[in-house]
Design a protein around this ligand. Structure first.
Ligand SMILES: Nc1ncnc2c1ncn2[C@@H]1O[C@H](COP(=O)(O)OP(=O)(O)OP(=O)(O)O)[C@@H](O)[C@H]1O
Ligand SMILES: [Mg+2]
Length: 465
């Protein structure tokens, strides 16, 4: 996590402004200056400053008034007061009003830098705290993951078993199957749950940047690296790092990651110091890493180190019994979010959705439901409301579409019924010509006639012209 840290210096004395600006610029800080309170407020409206260093006594608007402005309108800004001789009492008052600290004029360089370092540390703590709090609010236990099919239950059992260990986990599955959700569940069901869960998408960041994002960099390690920067492995200390799209990682970084997996150690970019952290790795990919290993684009040794606990998330089409549950869940979620009355879904629409192949998996289903919640006019979603690609699907019978809950089905009878209706449909389409109907069904003519005799099926009327 790289936090911005911009400083605004306010003083009516050009000499002080220049001296402090030079010092802070040299220390690598990003700064701006203002020579009075009004100018400071104007600049702070256009640009967010994390810190304001202001003189206390200035003509028109003094430092106390400026402090009051920031406390009211931008209370996250740290205000540091510069006080002249004999104004200690006011400085104390300023602290009471919410100033971060004060410095007596002329302020010594090391004092200024020290106060800023403290402000920066406070800010990092605050940001981490906010992050943790927001993550806790959205605690991903299993109740965030919907699905009771056998493959999903096997995944829950697996998460339970491995969450409390420190083993590296590799989650594989097509895009949109819920890999990130599962990574979250691993973290929040582990003893690391009160420490950070830090995700990073290895495919979304260019290689050089990714290295410094993951492992951090030392000050001066490249142009623009004014200050040291903590990488995500350090930020996730005692917590979990989620390396998403691991298949996109460059060979160079693969080596560095392998070393971390072997020794839990690394160096920041441009640094010689070896850093050791206790970070658990959960990785995910929608690529076939084994194929990539054979093709030479992914290191075999790294693959084995990552694949200690493999979790494969099956595509949605392999667990169609979860589809009705997911639909209910997303219908409820999106109706509530948009304050729209909850809609029902017709049996026909539901079976078409179960018959559809969902190449984009749960994400595609969620998006489809969100659209249906907004666009469907009645209170029941019908076949006609579905996108073309779904409505075209031949509805396949299933436990839920046949309408049998719990009790079981008569498989033979159901298949028979399906066979009958398909034979009749083929005959109708072929205008009663048995040769042609047999072709449509992939049968030979005599088999079709035998079946018709046995089932006592007659030729239906040809389709309407
Ligand atoms: N079993 C599930 N229950 C509820 N919501 C789910 C489930 N699986 C996935 N989702 C939702 O679907 C969306 C996609 O899930 P997620 O981001 O975890 O997928 P992914 O496998 O990481 O995809 P990608 O490979 O594209 O990154 C998210 O909004 C997620 O909340
Ligand atoms: Mg993902």
């Amino acid at each position: 996590m790289k936090l911005p840290f911009r400083i605004l210096i306010v003083d009516d004395d050009p000499g002080t402004l220049e001296a402090i600006s030079d010092l802070l610029k040299e220390a690598g800080y990003e700064i701006d200056v203002a020579s009075n309170g009004q100018e400071a407020i104007r600049k702070a409206r256009q640009n967010k400053f994390e810190v304001v260093i202001t003189d206390l006594s200035m003509p028109r608007m003094d430092g106390m008034e400026l402090l009051g402005h920031f406390m009211k309108h931008q209370p996250d800004t740290y205000v540091i007061m510069l006080t002249g001789v004999g104004t200690i009492a006011t400085a104390v008052e300023a602290m009471k009003q919410g100033a971060f600290d004060y410095l007596s004029k002329p302020a010594k360089s090391d004092e200024i830098l020290l106060v800023l370092k403290r402000a920066e540390e406070m800010m990092l703590l605050r940001a981490e705290n906010d992050l943790l709090r927001s993550q806790l609010k959205e605690r991903y236990c299993f109740d965030k993951i919907i699905g009771k099919s056998e493959p999903m239950q096997a995944i829950y059992r697996m998460i339970e078993r491995v969450a409390r260990t420190d083993s590296t986990i590799l989650i594989t599955g097509e895009s949109g199957t819920g890999k990130e959700l599962i990574a979250n569940a691993v973290h929040y069901n582990s003893e690391r749950k009160d420490k950070p869960f830090i995700p990073i998408n290895c495919g979304a960041i260019p290689e050089e940047l990714l290295e410094s994002e993951l492992f951090g960099h030392e000050k001066g390690s490249f142009t623009g690296a004014y200050r040291e920067h903590l990488g995500r492995f350090e930020l996730a200390h005692q917590g979990t790092i989620f390396l998403d799209e691991i298949g996109e990682m460059s060979p160079k970084l693969q080596v560095k990651l392998l070393r971390f997996l072997q020794e839990k150690k690394f160096e920041r970019v441009g640094g010689a110091r070896t850093i050791q952290v206790d970070t658990r790795i959960v990785a995910a990919t929608n690529k076939d890493l084994e194929k990539m290993v054979s093709a030479g684009s992914f290191r075999e040794d790294l693959f084995y180190r990552l694949n200690v606990i493999p979790i494969r998330v099956p595509p949605l089409r392999e667990r169609i019994e979860d589809i009705p549950l997911l639909i209910q869940h997303f219908l409820k979620q999106h109706s509530q979010k948009k304050d729209i009355p909850l809609k029902r879904i017709s049996k026909a629409a539901l079976s078409a959705m179960q018959a559809y192949s969902w190449p984009g998996n749960v994400r595609e289903l969620e998006n489809a439901i969100e659209r249906l919640v907004i666009l469907t006019e009645g209170d029941e979603i019908q076949m006609e409301d579905l996108p073309q690609r779904m409505a075209q699907m031949q509805a396949k019978p299933s436990f839920s579409t046949i309408g049998i809950e719990g009790g079981g089905i008569d498989l033979k009878g159901t298949l028979e019924e399906l066979e009958n209706s398909l034979i009749l449909e083929a005959l109708k389409k072929a205008g009663g010509v048995k040769n042609q109907a047999a072709k449509l069904l992939g049968l030979n003519r005599t088999t079709l006639i035998e079946k018709m005799k046995k089932k006592k099926l007659c030729c239906p009327d040809p389709p309407d012209k």
